[in-house]
Design a protein around this ligand. Structure first.
Ligand SMILES: [Zn+2]
Length: 251
């Protein structure tokens, strides 16, 4: 059993190394995805701005139509003034003209303000589009570099993984299966040290009987809490032998 336990420890050391590179690979992919997300979010935001601009421009052109209508009506009234003979009619038309002029003026003021807003809006959209293009190019460049790095990491991982092959025959199939399941579920850590009576995976105190089992290397022990395999270092046995309570009762 001791050889199986130490084969698992060696396997874990290799897998730790692999795990480190796998994490690096994931980080690279995450950074790239964050950049892509940013581009997507900016594209959505600029699309919303463009839609709003279309609305405001429509409003603007409607107001222009209203202005034109005011002008036409004022023109008609002015033209009719010559033909008016009664003073009362003349005054009524003058009043109408007055009112139309006032409406026209306030409409023009309103339109002027919106015109500035529209121009600011167009500038903002222009700037956003340039920024998006820059980001898109950056992301593309970054994507190429990332792909390169990922490829290198994969080669490194494959290289390191090769050294597992010599260890695998020392571990029975069912134990290897359990090892891999625990490793994949527990942050890459399947076998941990049992030291000073504790599991060094989740740091729970082990029952003394179980800790002694670990020191005997006769059985493959698992932590009752985190389920990881437990192993003791050989020197721990020697220290334990020196320090009093013997881990194993040898006749
Ligand atoms: Zn544990």
């Amino acid at each position: 059993m001791k050889d199986i336990i130490y084969a698992l420890v060696e396997l874990q050391e290799i897998d730790n190394e692999v795990y480190k590179y796998v994490l690096q690979k994931e980080q690279l992919a995450n950074t790239l995805n964050e950049m892509k997300d940013l581009v997507t979010r900016m594209e959505q935001s600029v699309e919303e701005k463009q839609a709003k601009l279309v609305d405001v421009e429509r409003w603007y052109s409607e107001q222009q139509d209203t202005l034109k209508e005011y002008n036409d009506r004022m023109g008609r009234i002015k033209a009719s003034l010559n033909a008016v003979t009664k003073t009362k009619d003349y005054l009524i038309r003058q009043k109408e003209l007055e009112n139309l002029r006032r409406h026209k003026q306030s409409k023009e003021d309103e339109i002027e303000k919106v015109k500035d807003t529209i121009n600011d809006f167009r500038d903002a959209i222009e700037r956003d589009l340039l920024r998006i293009e820059e980001l898109r190019q950056d992301t593309e460049k970054e994507g190429g570099a990332t792909w390169e790095q990922v490829h290198q990491l994969e080669e490194t991982i494959a290289e390191i993984s090769k050294s597992r092959d010599s260890i695998l025959p020392r571990v029975p199939r069912n134990i290897l299966g359990r090892y891999e399941r625990i490793r994949d579920r527990r942050d890459g850590l399947a076998i941990v040290e049992a030291r000073d009576g504790n599991c060094y995976g989740c740091f729970v105190s082990l029952r003394p009987q179980q800790y002694n089992q670990c020191l005997r290397f006769e059985t493959l022990e698992s932590c009752p809490i985190c389920n990881r395999f437990l192993y003791a270092r050989e020197q721990t046995v020697e220290e334990a032998d020196h320090d009093g309570p013997a881990p194993a009762e040898t006749a």
